[in-house]
Unconditional design. Sequence first.
Length: 107
Amino acid sequence: MHLFHIQSKQQIAKTEIKGDLKEVTLYYENGTIMQHGFYTENGELHASWESYNIDGSRKCVATYNYGVKVGVWTYFKDNKITKITYDNNKIIDIKEVINDKKVENNI
């Protein structure tokens, strides 16, 4: 496991090797998770990636296949959930759900 500090954005990152992948977790200065996901040995984003707001609420859940956007990406903002479906980096569908109350960030 490696810990290092990225001075330009004041983030703290933790990395850990998991088989052929590098698991990365980036943290805000306040200690909450900013992003979590995986890279390949070649530096390509791979598998699930999650982004969070500074308050810890989910911002986005995404999936990559060796650097290519695939599957359903889910974005959370206030009272709206947006689901964008990708196939080989191309958007093939967009759906939005709007609630009267703030959206719960549980998938």
